[in-house]
Ligand binder design. Structure first.
Ligand SMILES: Nc1nc2c(ncn2[C@@H]2O[C@H](COP(=O)(O)OP(=O)(O)OP(=O)(O)O)[C@@H](O)[C@H]2O)c(=O)[nH]1
Length: 427
């Protein structure tokens, strides 16, 4: 069988059935029909009715007499009819008892942590667990989730030893399961789980987790993928040509979004915003776009949206449910973390950062730091996105924690130069 026909087995079952059925032995036809029926059964349970119907139609082509196939086909048609009438009582009731999960994604520095803080701050009475994943040798974001104890996040799990979409997917499953276990032991119920991905994550494999693991799938429901866009810097990342086989994560993040939050509108003119909107619409025609400053969104527009549709995702990516999604990150983008004791001289620090980012800010996508400055008991929190940077004093250092932590993410970073540069600012 030609490889391209074989490839249709998962991606386009109906065409496969039409093109390959005649050359198959009748036993193999029955086996394949049964496999498609099983997949369809699972898809129906996940709400992917349209795709389930496609698989069942193909199964019926191969094994028209198969009772299970015909029963499932009838069941699927009934559910689709209920869905069209907006009335699937059982499915709705089942979905309501599941914990909603919200994925916050978006390129480096687009405003994800700012949005997370906004959600936690605005939803006082709600109980959220948070999963934080950071790209970088040193975790900084957990320090930037403002006054976490005041904000009421029930539990914050940090995952810093890899990217949530590949190396730490196992950790993500463990983290989600441990959240379930904790709430079940306490006899409490969460209002939601918020996952903040790294700025370099492909959201597809993260979303896939909610359909791949039985326990998670039975207890949690993916409410939506919310993609933050940095209005000032997004175009350059969306348009970047990557080498063959390497994915452009910024594009993936827009493509998979259920809601798109174009943030930092204060940094661009209207004509730039219009151009960016056109670019976004070229990638994702459907997701509503919300324009914001400091990620200030009306929460009802991004939470409780029931926006994630398996059918829609399967239309865009027919291999979404495949176990191993092949994706390769751009290996030239790396991170350099610096962790050292000592106190920075404020003036020296400012001069060094200003020079560095002015000269190298095209390649240095993101800089973050929590620093100890001479003469202050408070943390100096530094943020840079390309050439835009700034810092401010925040809460006081807890006893024994005064330590400089700085991370750079970008292309062709020179570790020795960054380390010696930073050390030269120490007083
Ligand atoms: N000018 C401007 N700055 C903003 C806005 N929203 C957020 N910022 C700033 O942008 C910087 C990055 O914001 P974060 O929320 O940390 O971005 P992030 O997406 O979590 O960053 P990474 O986790 O590194 O990918 C911070 O200094 C924010 O204060 C905005 O609307 N306008």
């Amino acid at each position: 069988m030609a490889a391209e026909v074989a490839g249709l087995l998962l991606t386009d079952p109906s065409r496969f059935a039409a093109e390959a059925a005649d050359s198959m032995a009748s036993g193999s036809r029955g086996d394949l029909a049964s496999l498609w029926a099983t997949r369809a059964d699972i898809l129906m349970g996940l709400g992917g009715l349209k795709r389930a119907n496609t698989e069942l139609q193909a199964a019926a082509q191969l094994a028209p007499e198969d009772q299970r196939v015909n029963d499932l086909l009838a069941e699927c048609k009934k559910l689709q009819q209920y869905q069209e009438e907006g009335f699937i009582e059982d499915a709705v009731a089942a979905a309501q008892s599941k914990v909603p999960v919200h994925i916050l994604t978006g390129f480096l520095g687009s405003g994800k942590t700012t949005l997370l803080n906004h959600i936690l701050r605005e939803s006082h009475a709600k109980r959220y667990a948070v999963i934080e994943n950071e790209f970088g040798e040193i975790g900084i974001d957990d320090k930037l989730i403002a006054r976490r104890e005041d904000l009421g996040a029930e539990q914050i799990i940090e995952m810093n030893n890899g990217c949530i979409c590949c190396t730490v997917r196992g950790d993500l499953i463990q983290g989600l399961r441990s959240i379930l276990k904790k709430t079940s032991l306490e006899g409490t119920k969460l209002d939601g789980i918020i996952i903040e991905t790294t700025g370099l994550a492909d959201p597809a494999p993260v979303a896939q987790t909610f359909f791949a693991d039985d326990v998670i799938q039975s207890k949690m429901m993916l409410d939506g993928i919310i993609t933050l866009i940095d209005a000032k810097h997004a175009l350059q990342h969306l348009r970047e040509e990557k080498p063959e086989g390497v994915e452009n994560e910024a594009v993936e993040q827009v493509a998979f979004a259920d809601r798109i939050v174009v943030n930092k509108t204060d940094l661009v003119r209207n004509d730039e915003l219009k151009l960016l909107t056109e670019e976004i619409r070229g990638i994702n025609r459907l997701a509503p776009i919300i324009y914001t400053q400091n990620s200030k969104v009306v929460l009802g527009e991004i939470i409780g949206i029931r926006g994630f549709s398996l059918d829609r995702v399967l239309e865009a990516d027919s291999e979404f449910l495949k176990d191993e999604q092949d994706h390769e990150h751009d290996q030239t983008v790396t991170s350099v973390g610096i962790e050292c004791a000592g106190e920075c001289g404020q003036a020296r620090l400012n001069a060094w950062i200003a020079k560095l980012l002015t000269e190298r800010g095209t390649d240095i996508f993101r800089t973050k730091g929590v620093l100890a400055v001479k003469g202050s008991d408070h943390k100096f929190v530094f943020q840079g996105i390309h050439m835009i940077f700034g810092g401010q004093l925040q809460d006081p250092w807890p006893p024994g924690e005064r330590l400089n932590r700085l991370v750079f993410i970008g292309r062709n970073l020179d570790r020795a130069e960054l380390e010696s540069g930073f050390k030269s600012t120490l007083a």
